[in-house]
Each structure stands twice: as structure tokens, then as C-alpha cells.
Design a protein around this ligand. Structure first.
Ligand code: FAD
Length: 488
């Protein structure tokens, strides 16, 4: 009758499947989070995501405390540990004398391996590990083709997904109703409290200047702001200078908001006729889609979904490395690409349209292996998620399931003209181009020398010349893909 809930990428106390299951199953329930050194060790010491998690834990601790208070149990506090989850979790279970540990599914290959090990250790102590769906609306093999195989094309998947959706699947788990089973803080664990960043070896970042409020309270703030403009999402979402999307990515990543809640909000509005809500729901379905792809094809982590494209000979060597650096640092000479890459490193966010443009540019203009770009995004994105990032990269690289066909190659200049017509977004990150006209800003090397001089732009000095010619790169890319496909 004692249970422990192990929080991972589900940092909230409302509408929480595992917490609900534990509260129903046991009379005394503790809640814990482990800062896992296996995940933290490779990260830079200042990482916005670690700070986001830390701050979200403070919020979660408050929520649990209030839930306890409302049922006359106190003090209910979150147990936070730092070290190796594989070792600490079984230790904690033994210390608390629980019979069961509850957690949410995490289908990333490394997480599954960790969970299997923890499951084994717990079993040796006579403790069960129960895991359940929380992170997506439909997971694993819940949406399959009529012949029982996984979908690899989005549109039929989406249709099947929508067909399967009933209010049951987006209903909230009523945690608060059963919160009387939360157990007070066990004195033998010492003092409660969420550690400071420096206690776990990290430094503060500029997260607080990012307009990215953390925790469930932050998620609800962003959601309220977004729902007021969701009807315009379909029209606004493609323009990086416009406040079109929800900016909820990191909240979905760390589970500070329930996907069921978001899907419910979107679905209701869609049924009431909102085109914006319909398109947004479709984006949430892309998220489920890539999660089930990773579940059914874990090899996509590191390999092309379409195996023939593992034969592609990507550019390598010193010159390729220099091009990669120029891309990372926003020095390619293509203003939209450069502004986007600066947005990524300076804020941890990059607009979806720009993720497509910069990813395509890396692969099809620079001829570089998509995995290099994937890793760079993984390093910087606040909302980095293996399934979605890998899916997005393989889509742009044409190596993925239902990807952009290889011969469709974004032109970085026309993308810029179309989606940032006045160069408003570009100027935010490249102030040295601020005086260029809306016509010249997308391709400054084509501008009249007189205009460049008047705008005080000296190519090669205060802004780079293009590192590649798009037309030549296009030909090289077609040849590269043709060779891998076994002929022109
Ligand atoms: P909104 O437009 O408000 O969308 C709401 C939510 O839907 C997002 O937060 C996200 O959870 C989901 N979503 C939206 N579009 C997609 C999509 N195409 N695929 C999967 N889920 C989607 N998304 C990530 O969450 N993590 C990543 O690491 C990631 N890497 C990407 C890499 C590339 C190369 C590309 C092309 C896309 C990537 N995306 C990734 C998808 C998408 O760009 C982001 O989800 C979105 O820009 C996040 O901003 P938002 O929360 O304001 O999105």
C-alpha cells in the first residue's frame, strides 16, 4: 500500500496518468525526481533546459504541496535526488518501503534501456515498476493500418488518428480527487527542497529573459495567450516575424502541460469550425506520428529511415567543416539562414519554417550529413525532442518517412522573400543589414553597389559573401542523391 511516482518528462501534478494510477492503487504515495548524471554529464554547464527543469520542479513541488493541503496532508513535498537514476531509484524505493513505482512511458531508446534496468533492480527487491502512456495522445501500436502494420505516411496516419479520437482519449486524469493518498514528507530523508542549479553543477542562464515561463503555471500562461489567437494559427504560423505559434514546445517536451488538455482544446475549437485549431491539432498529430515512428523504428536514431540514403556520400574534410561552422554560427551569407541560426543560439528557439529552411540548407546547399545538423539542434533547442527532431531532420534531408522528395530543394532566397517579405525577422538578428531595402535584404550580394554603400553594408567585412552558390549546390545535391539511388 505504499507507492512512489517517478517523474521524468511529465513535470506536472494535474491530469497525470502515473500519479493518478499510484493514488488509486496505494494508500501512501511519494513523488520523486532524479537529476540523472547520465543525461546531464554531456551538457554544457549553462543550459537553459536544465534551468527550465529546475524551475519547473519548484512549481511541481508547490502543486504537490497544495494538493496535500487541500486534503489535510502535510507537508507533501517532492523528493529530488541527484546522481544516477539507475542506482538512486531502487535505493529510494527500498528506503521508503514501497511495493510499486509508477512512471510514464518514455520511448527514447536510451530511456527504455534505463527503465529496463531499473525494472530489473526493483524486481530483485520485490518492487514492481508500472509505466503508462502520458506523453502523447496515441502511442506505440495504438494507431495502425488495417493490416496491422505501422503507418509511415502522415496523411493516412492522421486520418486514422482522428477517426480513433473520442472524448475518452483526451479526458483528464482526475488527480486532485484522490490526492488524499499523498504521503507527508518522510523525516528520515532530511530537509525537503529543490536543489539550486549550482548544487547540481550548473550555472544560471538567460532563460528568464526568454519569455519562456516555466512549470505548469508558465504553460497555462502561454496557453491562454495562444488560445486567444489560435483561430489565426493557419495564416500566421509560417511567418517568423509574426507571433503565430504557441511557443509551448518546451512545455510539451517536459510535460509541464498535458497533451490531452491541449488536444482537447484544439479539437473542441476545430469542431466549432476553427481552421486555425484544425491546423494546430494536425501539428500535435505530427508529434504523435514521429513518436510512433521512433517506437517502431528505433534505428532512425542514427540511420536514414530509407536505408538507401545511408549510402549518400556527404561532403567531408576541412572545407566541409568550415561550412558547418559557418552554418552553426550564422555566417553563410544567406540572411534568413543566418538570422535563424542566431535565433537558435541566442534564444534556444527557432521558428518551424526556419527549422525547415536551415535544415534544408545544411543538407542540400552545403552537402553536409543531416546528423551533424540534428546534433547541433539537439544541443541548442529548448524543446529538443529526439523523435520530433529526428523526424524533422529526416524530412528536410529527404531521408525520412514521408519526407520532402529529394529533388525538392528549398531556395533560401525565395523562402526569405515569401516568409519574411520585409526582412523584419532578419533585421532583428542582423542589425548590420537594417538599412537594406525589402528587395535587397534577401540576397545582399545581388544588390546594387550604391545601395550597399548607402546602407553601410560591406560584403566580406560586416556581412559575409554567400559561402556557396545555390544553383551549383542544387546540381551537386541532385547528383549526390542520384548516386545513392543507384543511377541518375
Ligand atoms: P506550435 O506550432 O505551436 O506547435 C505546437 C506543438 O506541436 C509543438 O510544440 C510540438 O510539440 C508539436 N509540433 C509542431 N510541429 C511539429 C512537427 N513538425 N513535428 C513534431 N511535432 C510538432 N519539435 C520539437 O518539439 N522538438 C524538436 O527537437 C524539433 N526539431 C525540429 C527539427 C527540424 C529540422 C524541424 C523541421 C522541425 C522540428 N520540430 C521539433 C518541429 C517544430 O518545428 C516545433 O515543434 C515547433 O517549431 C515548436 O514551436 P511551437 O511550440 O511554438 O509550435
Amino acid at each position: 500500500d505504499r507507492a512512489l511516482v517517478w517523474f521524468r518528462r511529465d513535470l506536472r501534478a494535474d491530469d497525470h496518468a502515473a500519479l493518478y494510477a499510484a493514488l488509486r492503487a496505494a494508500r501512501q504515495v511519494w513523488c520523486a525526481f532524479v537529476f540523472d548524471d547520465e543525461i546531464l554529464a554531456p551538457l554544457p554547464r549553462a543550459d537553459r533546459r536544465v534551468e527550465f527543469i529546475r524551475d519547473s520542479l519548484v512549481d511541481l513541488d508547490d502543486q504537490l504541496h497544495s494538493l496535500g493541503l487541500s486534503h489535510g496532508v502535510q507537508p507533501v513535498r517532492l523528493i529530488v535526488r541527484h546522481g544516477q537514476a539507475r542506482a538512486l531509484l531502487p535505493q529510494l524505493a527500498a528506503q521508503l518501503g514501497v511495493q510499486a513505482v509508477f512512471a510514464s512511458h518514455d520511448d527514447e531508446p536510451a530511456s527504455l534501456a534505463r527503465d529496463n534496468q531499473v525494472r530489473g533492480e526493483l524486481a530483485a527487491q520485490g518492487v514492481s515498476l508500472y509505466t503508462s502512456k502520458d506523453h502523447v495522445v496515441f502511442e506505440r501500436a495504438e494507431v495502425m493500418t488495417a493490416t496491422g502494420t505501422p503507418y509511415s505516411v502522415f496523411t493516412p496516419y492522421k486520418n486514422a488518428w482522428l477517426k480513433k479520437l473520442t472524448p475518452f482519449f483526451v479526458k483528464a486524469w482526475p488527480v486532485a480527487r484522490h490526492a488524499g493518498a499523498l504521503a507527508p514528507w518522510p523525516a528520515e530523508l532530511g530537509e525537503p527542497g529543490v536543489p539550486e542549479l549550482h548544487d547540481i553543477g550548473f550555472e544560471r542562464t538567460d532563460l528568464h529573459q526568454m519569455r519562456l515561463p516555466s512549470g505548469s503555471s508558465g504553460a497555462h500562461e502561454l496557453l491562454a495567450d495562444f488560445l486567444a489567437r489560435i483561430d489565426a494559427y493557419d495564416r500566421a504560423r509560417d511567418f517568423p516575424a509574426v507571433k503565430g505559434p504557441s511557443y509551448l514546445g518546451p512545455h510539451l517536451r517536459f510535460g509541464t502541460v498535458s497533451i490531452r488538455h491541449l488536444a482537447r482544446e484544439a479539437w473542441q475549437r476545430m469542431q466549432a469550425g476553427s481552421r486555425g485549431a484544425e491546423v494546430w491539432l494536425s501539428e500535435l498529430i505530427w508529434r504523435d506520428f514521429y513518436h510512433q515512428i521512433l517506437h517502431h523504428h528505433p534505428r532512425v536514431d542514427g540511420h536514414a529511415f530509407k536505408p538507401e540514403y545511408d549510402r549518400i556520400k556527404w561532403a567531408h574534410g576541412k572545407e566541409a567543416d568550415a561550412l558547418f561552422e559557418a552554418w552553426c554560427e550564422g555566417r553563410t551569407g544567406y540572411p534568413l539562414v543566418d538570422a535563424a541560426m542566431l535565433q537558435l543560439s541566442r534564444t534556444g528557439y527557432m521558428h518551424n519554417r526556419l527549422r525547415m529552411v536551415t535544415a534544408s540548407f545544411l543538407v542540400k546547399d552545403l552537402g553536409l550529413d543531416w546528423r551533424r545538423g540534428e546534433a547541433w539542434f539537439a544541443r541548442w533547442l529548448n524543446d529538443f525532442d529526439l523523435a520530433a527532431n529526428n523526424g524533422g531532420w529526416q524530412w528536410a534531408a529527404s531521408t525520412g518517412c514521408d519526407a520532402q522528395p529529394y529533388f525538392r530543394i528549398f531556395n533560401p532566397v525565395s523562402q526569405s522573400e515569401k516568409f519574411d517579405p520585409e526582412g523584419k525577422f532578419i533585421k532583428r538578428y542582423l542589425p548590420q543589414l537594417a538599412a537594406l531595402s525589402a528587395k535587397a535584404i534577401h540576397a545582399p550580394w545581388q544588390a546594387l553597389p550604391l545601395e550597399l554603400a548607402a546602407a553601410e553594408v560591406t560584403l566580406g567585412e560586416n556581412y559575409p559573401l554567400p559561402v556557396v552558390s545555390h544553383d551549383e549546390a542544387r546540381e551537386a545535391t541532385l547528383a549526390r542523391f542520384a548516386a545513392a539511388r543507384g543511377g541518375p
